[in-house]
Design a protein around this ligand. Structure first.
Ligand code: ATP
Ligand code: MG
Length: 378
């Protein structure tokens, strides 16, 4: 299907597309070459769309590191495309024919995580009625993506460190060391040093993971990519729904001026909603977000009056966390992506927390045209 590119020939984005050949290193293997060709043709690199300078730097890093086996540590705010970077690294590596397995350390219970990652022997705990191969075994020869690695329990971080250092691990309930050849790609949307200081991430693990860091820029730092990304998402949605719709020039300007606290994921959801609300093939500004004054206050919320929460000394951590989450949610008008971005957690983690509060707390229903949680994560 034809792609609708909302890029004029003389725009900055079009200029960037013509300058891209500088990126391709000489004598690259076929996959790299086709990746660089795609970038020059339609602003895509692997699974990633965008050809702004900050993204070109990311592509350069991906190109270099993919050919090696070193551990990659991807940082960046929620919704910036960390999982897509991980998949692109895998697809450009010599492991591309083998498995790419992903685990979200924030989304599975600490009790299950060890067996999920390392596997278990039959009878090693109540309910372990058969032997189970963990991700390290199943990803042998391929890539294991550890998303939200700062959410991994400390004792498992020790075990992960051991695998990274020795290349071997033990299933739960076994004393047999098994060797594994797995490339690790880890990601977090938290500041890793702050996570170390907060006691969520072991310092030695951070340094072991951080062999090759890739920092994904937030969308507000690369407004040049918004035209291409919007065209990409609208083309996808249009194909799915059977009718193409595109942005008017002023609608595109509005998107480029917005701060995007939920990054590319928020852009995709905004376009989905605007597509549904549009009355004809043109999407106008009407259903697009603006940075309202209260959002600006949200950015500086540490200083604003009425923007502080007080807690009694002796409050439980769980209680403080719940109050902070619910308060932030109401402060952001129930906007879950912004709430997750402000709290520095993934949308999935936020949904899990809210689900666990639902029994005790009535949570107001989300904004108009709510999207299913699955549509909001990958
Ligand atoms: N550069 C990009 N090109 C195309 N789609 C993108 C890009 N970046 C992000 N997306 C899309 O935005 C959504 C979020 O991306 P992804 O899940 O990779 O983000 P993330 O950084 O892992 O977020 P989180 O920290 O919340 O897990 C996905 O639907 C993904 O396809
Ligand atoms: Mg992710």
């Amino acid at each position: 299907m034809e792609r609708v590119l909302i890029v004029d020939d003389d725009t900055e984005a079009a200029q960037m597309l013509t300058n891209l050949s500088v990126l391709a290193p000489p004598n690259t293997p076929a996959e790299f070459q086709s990746c660089h060709d795609n970038l020059a043709q339609d602003g895509r690199f692997g699974y990633l769309v965008g050809c702004s300078e900050p993204m070109q730097r990311v592509y350069q890093q991906i190109s270099r590191v993919a050919a090696t086996s070193v551990t990659v540590f991807i940082g960046g705010e929620s919704g910036t495309g960390k999982e897509l970077v991980a998949q692109t690294v895998h697809d450009l590596s010599r492991r591309r024919e083998q498995a790419f397995l992903a685990v979200n350390c924030g989304a599975i219970s600490p009790q299950l995580m060890e067996s999920e990652i390392f596997g278990h022997e039959k009878g090693s705990f109540t309910g372990a009625d058969r032997q189970h191969q963990g991700l390290f075994e199943r990803a042998h020869g391929g890539t294991l993506f550890l998303d939200e690695v700062t959410e991994m329990p400390m004792e498992l971080q020790v075990k992960l460190l051991r695998v990274l250092e020795t290349g071997s691990f033990m299933r739960v309930g076994s004393s047999v060391a098994r060797s594994t050849d797995v490339r690790i790609i880890a990601a977090t949307n938290r500041d890793p040093l702050a996570a170390v200081q907060a006691g969520a991430l072991r310092e030695d693990l951070l340094y072991r993971l951080n062999v090759f860091p890739i920092a994904l820029p937030p969308l507000r730092a690369r407004p040049q990519d918004i035209a291409l990304l919007s065209a990409h998402f609208l083309s996808d949605i249009g194909e799915r729904e059977g009718a193409l719709r595109q942005l008017t020039p002023s609608a595109l300007q509005r998107l480029e001026a917005y701060r995007w606290p939920g990054n590319v994921r928020e852009l995709r959801n905004v376009l989905q909603r605007a597509y549904i609300m549009a009355e004809d093939a043109l999407i106008t500004e009407e259903w697009l977000p603006t940075d309202a004054p209260e959002t600006e206050a949200g950015v500086n919320r540490k200083n604003g009056p009425g923007d502080a929460l007080n807690f009694q000394l002796g409050s439980s951590l769980a209680d403080v966390e719940q109050q902070l989450i619910l308060w932030t949610l109401s402060r952001f008008d129930n906007h879950k992506e912004r709430t997750a971005a402000a709290l520095g957690v993934s949308l999935k983690t936020l949904y899990n927390k809210l689900k666990s509060y639902q029994k005790a707390t009535a949570i107001p229903s989300p904004s108009p045209l709510p999207l299913h949680p699955e549509q909001s994560s990958m």
